[in-house]
Design a protein around this ligand. Structure first.
Ligand SMILES: CCOC(=O)c1ccc(NC(=O)c2c3c(nn2-c2ccccc2)CCN(S(=O)(=O)c2cccs2)C3)cc1
Length: 233
């Protein structure tokens, strides 16, 4: 059995990614608001809009710290951000949701999100995804690398130099594969299970697009940044 070893460069790359990933969490006051006071559906929706907007800002900061990203073609950088924004937010949401929250908090958070005017047919796949991520008990390195891998998906719409993106993504995949082998020696399938979640994540894009249409019908407003990144209004 060949010795799996993470090289010095790969350790440095992982450190940069994890540091950038941890630098931004949901602002505690916002998370607290989401958990505590009673809210109407309108206020819950507004809170989620606020949180999703701050998540996009965090996504841009995180992405700029992915080694090699800033040397990609500038239009491709935008295409990758727009193409991965929804997936990155739901991946981050799943990780927030599955964090060891004091019990009772998960249910309250779930209740708030359920009572935010989001259509029912989107709730099920979204909470199924949150739970399927939670079951993996990913360490932060795995979470950060999986987010970077999601962003560096070569076949997003309008990406011109797919090879350049593929090269960066392959670097991340190699580190993640080694990390999974080292972290979960008894579970050789663990790496494949992680990548399987990215397939599940892509289906949320479709549901999210549907949701946006139904929200627009009910005249729900989004922030300019969300409109820009989600191509709405
Ligand atoms: C500063 C860094 O910010 C973060 O780290 C961060 C992490 C997660 C989130 N997540 C969310 O905003 C969020 C959403 C949903 N759930 N959910 C959630 C929040 C907390 C825990 C688990 C999940 C469903 C609907 N969408 S939405 O974008 O479609 C939407 C928009 C408007 C109406 S609905 C949003 C935000 C910021």
């Amino acid at each position: 059995k060949e010795k799996v070893e993470i090289t010095k460069e790969q350790q440095a790359l992982m450190r940069v990614i994890v540091e950038a990933y941890n630098r931004h969490q949901i602002p505690q006051d916002v998370a607290k608001k989401l958990l505590q006071e009673q809210y109407s559906a309108e206020e819950n929706f507004l809170l989620l809009t606020e949180m999703a907007t701050s998540q996009v800002q965090v996504l841009v900061e995180f992405t700029k710290n992915i080694p090699g990203f800033l040397s990609l073609d500038h239009e491709d950088q935008i295409a990758l951000l727009k193409g991965s924004a929804v997936e990155a937010m739901f991946l981050r949401s799943a990780q927030v949701f599955s964090r060891k929250m004091p019990n009772g908090h998960i249910e309250v958070l779930e209740e708030r999100i359920r009572k935010s005017g989001i259509s029912e047919e989107f709730m099920t796949p979204m909470f199924n995804f949150y739970r399927s991520i939670g079951e993996l008990h990913m360490v932060q390195e795995e979470q950060a690398l999986l987010t970077a891998i999601t962003i560096l998906t070569p076949d997003r719409p309008y990406v011109k130099d797919q090879q350049a993106v593929e090269r960066l993504q392959e670097q991340m995949l190699d580190v993640l594969r080694k990390l999974c082998t080292l972290q979960h020696p008894q579970e050789p399938q663990y790496f494949a299970r992680l990548l399987g979640r990215l397939t599940e994540l892509r289906t949320l894009n479709h549901y999210h697009a549907e949701m946006l249409t139904s929200w627009r019908m009910n005249d729900h407003k989004f922030t300019p940044l969300l409109c820009e990144i989600w191509d709405v209004q």
